[in-house]
Write a protein that binds this ligand. Structure first.
Ligand code: NAP
Length: 279
């Protein structure tokens, strides 16, 4: 029986067990995936005992992503740039770390907008918090030429530029609406629009109709930003796709099968988020 889990503090909110449980059933794998509460002071010990506790690896969520990065034996090059891991797996007695959030975002985009090509384009990202790092990294890896980043705290956008280079163009938060023209992609990585948070107020009048608009917020499934953009005729990409796609590589590393993000899986998790959801 292969075992994996998601660690965090708290962890009761995690929807990862729904995703991995679905795949374990779909592929008939004798495995388990559970929520594992791990307090910050217990993290180092938990990771050093991961194999002895019978786990093939684990997912890592808040607040452990950076601390776990510092504790793994090795992380891949792309993950080194982020300084945060969300997936850990064991190989030859070593504890290896990786981060699948960026590919989760990109693969969700590609599944929703087949043929989307970001190479050489200008894109805009709203937000410069923890989740934005993987999105920046992934967009630059996709060849985005100019990534305009607007954030309430401008200093955090400057930090992104220092970390990821001059293709990152910091922009004052208030100016985001003015600079929307000519963007292949607009992506919200702030927590605005999330259930319990204020809505994102953004003037979309300069948004070109062929700009793809994505939100990484997934509660609600369709944020006000996405509703507004869709009603203008823009293609929109909901945040749930990123959550589903980021799970793929971990499952493959632990259980040896590369799983598919199916409409059935999407609807299963969507109904957990919104019991009234229907396709
Ligand atoms: N789809 C997925 O798989 C996925 C993965 C990870 C996260 N997420 C979602 O992404 C969102 C952000 O997560 P995070 O971990 O990056 O959070 P975070 O580190 O706390 O960052 C929050 C971001 O929102 C901005 N913000 C918050 N309140 C604001 C306000 N009133 N006005 C303007 N900007 C405001 C912050 O700006 P300042 O820098 O100025 O504070 C910062 O850029 C959450 O909703 C989370 O659930 C989704």
């Amino acid at each position: 029986m292969i075992r994996s889990c998601v660690i965090g503090w708290p962890i009761s909110h995690s929807r990862s067990p729904i995703i991995h449980g679905y795949w374990l059933r779909k592929y008939g794998i004798a495995g388990s995936y559970m929520r594992q509460p791990v307090a910050p002071e217990a993290l180092a010990n938990f990771l050093s005992e991961l194999g002895a506790s019978g786990f093939a690896g684990c997912n890592v969520t808040l607040p452990h992503k950076e601390a776990a990065f510092a504790l793994v034996t090795r992380a891949d090059e792309s993950t080194e740039r982020l300084g945060a891991v969300n997936t850990i797996y064991l190989r030859d007695g070593r504890t290896l770390g990786t981060n699948t959030d960026g590919e989760g975002f990109i693969n969700s985009l590609k599944q929703s907008v087949p043929g989307l090509s970001l190479g050489g384009t200008r894109a805009m990202m709203l937000g410069a918090g923890g989740a934005s790092l993987a999105v920046v990294n992934a967009l630059l890896e996709q060849g985005v030429e100019e990534l305009v980043v607007a954030n309430r705290t401008l200093e955090r956008t400057e930090q992104l530029r220092r970390r990821f280079g001059t293709r990152v163009k910091p922009l004052a938060w208030e100016r985001a609406g003015d600079q929307l023209g000519d963007c292949s992609l607009l992506v919200n990585t702030t927590s605005l629009g999330m259930k319990g948070q204020p809505d994102l107020q953004l003037d979309l009048s300069r948004l070109a109709v062929d700009t793809v608009v994505a939100d990484i917020v997934y509660t609600p499934l369709r944020t006000q930003l996405l509703s507004d953009a869709a009603s203008r005729g823009n293609q929109v990409v909901e945040g749930l796709g990123m959550l589903l796609h980021q799970a793929v590589r971990g499952f493959s590393l632990w259980f040896g099968v590369t799983p598919e993000v199916t409409p059935e899986l999407h609807d299963l998790v969507a109904r957990d988020i919104d019991p009234e959801y229907c396709r």
